[in-house]
Design a protein around this ligand. Structure first.
Ligand code: MRU
Length: 521
C-alpha cells in the first residue's frame, strides 16, 4: 500500500510504501498514518498484506490481524477495519484486498455525508455569518483516507460561503493542528489562523468562536467522545460559553459495545513527545510525564454527534429508555389523555423530549426527539418535538433540572383554573415532597396560545425566584414538575396532584394568594 507520510508534513509531501505488517505497525505507532478513519482503512489493507504473505495460513493471518488491531488502542476504527477484512479471509486473499479497496471507496462517501449533515447543523445552530469555527487536531482527508469529517464539514461550509475563519488549535504535543490542519486548509483555500491550545478558551471568552467542531476516535454507547488530548478542555470551555460543540465521525467510530466513556482505553505515549520539541530537549532529562494521547468528553458537554446518518438519534441515548417507561406509567394513570403531556431528560446542551401528537401509552425510544436547550431547535428525530418544548427548555435554562414531566392530572388542573398568580399550600405533610417545609408557593402561568411566551414567562419567573418549588401550574392546562431524574420529577408531580386532591376534598382551596401580585405570570 502507498500512503502519505504524515510525519513529514508540512515540510514535505512524502509517500510511504508499505509492504509488510511490521512496516504498517511502525507507520501506525509513529503516526505516519494516523486519524481514526484512516487507521480503519489501513488496518484492512494490513490484513490484506498478511493474507497475501501467508496464503492458506488463516491462523497466522489472524495473529497478524490482532497485532495490527492493537497497534493503537483508542481509535475504534482500527479494530473495526481489521475485523471487516478478517471476515473475508475464508474467501481468500483477493477477497480481503477487495474489501479493503471497498472501504477506501466508502470512506469518501461516508465522510461527505457526515460532513454535509454537520454543515447543515452548524448553519442551524449558529446564527452569525460569516462563521468563526474552532477545530482541534487533524480530521481532514489525511486523517480519514476520504474527504474529512470535522474538516470535511468546514469544506462544505466554505463551499456554501459560510466560513469567515477557522481557528486551528495547534494540538500539543505532536502538532497535528499546526502541521496538518493548516496544510489542508491552505490547500482548500479556507481562511484560518493558528493558535496555541491554551488560547482556545480565551478565544471563546473573547467572542471569537461561534462553534467548535472536532472528530472522534471512539464514541461509547453513552455518547462519551474519546478524541485527541485537549478536546475535553475545549468542550468544557464551549459549554461555559454556550458555544455549540459538534463531533463529526463515521458510524464506524461509534462503539456501542463500550457502555461508558470511563471504559474507553486511553493510549499513553512516550515521554520524549513532551520532554523534547523537534529533537531538542525542553525539560530536564528523565522528567516523569503524563502523556495521554486522548481524553474522553462526557455526553453532557457535547451538543451533537453527527455521522453519515445525521445527528445520532435520540433512541441511541443511554437515558432514552426511561422516557417511554415513565410515559406509559403516567398515561395508564390517566394523566396523559389522548396525546397530552410530555416528558424530557436533559442531555447536556440538548434534551430528549417526547415527539408531538403521540399517544404516551405506546411510546418507544424511536418517538423521542433531540432539541437544543439554548433555543429549542430540533436536532434529530423522525417526528417534530412536543409543542411544549419551550416550557421544558426554559426550565433547563433557569434551573439545574435534569428531567421535566408535564402532565394533566385532574385535581391540580382543576385548582389552576381561574387561579391567582401563586397558589399557596400549607398544612399538608405532602409539601415535603415538593422540597418545601411548612408552606409552598406554586406559580400559576397564563396559558398563552403561543407556547414560546409561556416558556419566556417561566424562565423569567424561575430566574427571579430561585427558591420556587420544582413545580408549576399553567392555568387550566396542567402541571409541570422537574428534578434530578425523571423518577423525581414524576414523584413531585404526584405530590402536587395529591395536595390538590386534598384541597378539593377538604374544600380548603388555596390558602392565600401571592401578597404582592395577584395577576398571573
Ligand atoms: O493521534 P491521532 O493524530 O491519530 O489522533 C487523531 C484524532 O484525535 C482525530 O481527531 C480523530 O482520529 C478523528 S480523525 C477524523
Amino acid at each position: 500500500m502507498v500512503t502519505v507520510d504524515q510525519r513529514a508534513l508540512p515540510h514535505q509531501l512524502r509517500w510511504l510504501r508499505i509492504t509488510t505488517v511490521d512496516e504498517l505497525i511502525d507507520a501506525i505507532t509513529s503516526l505516519a498514518i494516523r486519524g481514526a478513519p484512516a487507521l480503519g482503512v489501513s488496518g484492512a489493507f494490513g490484513v490484506a498484506l498478511a493474507a497475501l504473505a501467508h496464503a492458506g495460513d488463516t491462523e497466522k493471518v489472524q495473529l497478524e490481524a490482532a497485532r495490527i488491531a492493537s497497534a493503537r488502542p483508542t481509535a475504534a476504527n482500527l479494530n473495526w477495519g481489521v475485523q471487516r477484512a478478517v471476515a473475508k479471509l475464508p474467501q481468500g486473499a483477493q477477497a480481503v484486498l477487495d474489501e479493503a479497496l471497498e472501504m477506501l471507496a466508502e470512506a469518501g462517501r461516508v465522510d461527505r455525508a457526515a460532513a454535509s449533515h454537520a454543515a447543515d447543523l452548524v448553519l442551524r445552530l449558529c446564527r452569525r455569518r460569516p462563521l468563526r469555527v474552532l477545530t482541534h487536531c487533524n480530521t481532514g482527508r489525511l486523517a480519514t483516507a476520504g474527504f474529512g469529517t470535522a474538516l470535511g464539514a468546514l469544506q462544505v461550509l466554505h463551499a456554501r460561503a459560510a466560513i469567515g475563519e477557522v481557528l486551528v488549535a495547534e494540538t500539543r504535543p505532536l502538532l497535528q493542528g499546526a502541521r496538518l490542519t493548516t496544510w489542508e486548509l491552505r490547500e482548500a483555500g479556507i481562511p484560518h489562523r493558528l493558535t496555541i491550545d491554551s488560547a482556545a478558551a480565551w478565544a471563546m471568552a473573547d467572542g471569537q468562536v461561534d462553534c467548535v467542531i472536532v472528530g472522534a476516535d471512539r464514541i461509547s454507547a453513552d455518547g462519551s467522545v474519546a478524541n485527541k488530548i485537549g478536546t475535553y478542555g475545549l468542550a468544557l470551555a464551549a459549554h461555559h460559553h454556550r458555544i455549540p460543540f459538534i463531533v463529526v465521525a463515521p458510524e464506524s467510530t461509534r462503539d456501542l459495545a463500550t457502555t461508558h466513556g470511563r471504559d474507553i482505553v486511553v493510549e499513553q505515549r512516550a515521554a520524549a513527545e513532551i520532554t523534547q520539541l523537534g529533537g531538542v530537549a525542553t525539560a530536564p532529562a528523565d522528567t516523569a510525564v503524563f502523556n495521554p494521547a486522548f481524553d474522553v468528553t462526557p455526553p453532557e458537554l457535547v451538543t451533537a454527534v453527527v455521522t453519515e446518518n445525521g445527528v445520532v438519534g435520540a433512541a441511541n441515548h443511554s437515558v432514552a429508555g426511561e422516557i417511554p417507561q415513565i410515559a406509559r406509567e403516567l398515561y395508564a394513570r390517566g394523566w396523559m389523555p389522548g396525546s397530552a403531556g410530555n416528558i424530557s431528560v436533559r442531555t447536556g446542551q440538548t434534551a430528549l423530549i417526547t415527539g408531538s401528537g403521540l399517544s404516551k401509552g405506546e411510546l418507544t425510544t424511536r418517538d423521542l426527539v433531540t432539541v437544543t436547550v439554548a433555543d429549542s431547535q430540533q436536532l434529530s428525530g423522525a417526528v417534530p418535538p412536543s409543542a411544549e418544548t419551550p416550557v421544558h427548555t426554559a426550565i433547563y435554562r433557569a434551573t439545574d433540572a435534569q428531567a421535566v414531566v408535564h402532565v394533566h392530572p385532574p385535581h391540580a388542573t382543576t385548582q389552576s383554573i381561574d387561579a391567582p398568580a401563586v397558589l399557596r399550600f400549607s398544612g399538608y405533610e405532602l409539601i415535603k415532597g415538593l422540597a418545601a417545609n411548612e408552606t409552598v408557593a406554586v406559580p400559576v402561568f397564563t396559558n398563552h396560545a403561543e407556547i414560546g411566551r409561556i416558556g419566556a414567562d417561566i424562565e423569567r419567573y424561575l430566574i427571579g425566584h430561585p427558591d420556587t418549588p420544582p413545580v408549576l401550574f399553567i392555568a387550566g392546562h396542567g402541571i409541570t414538575a422537574w428534578g434530578a431524574s425523571l423518577a423525581q420529577a414524576r414523584d413531585r408531580a404526584e405530590c402536587l396532584e395529591a395536595i390538590c386532591e386534598l384541597v378539593t376534598l377538604t374544600g380548603r382551596r388555596e390558602i392565600s394568594t401571592h401578597p404582592k401580585n395577584s395577576r398571573r405570570h
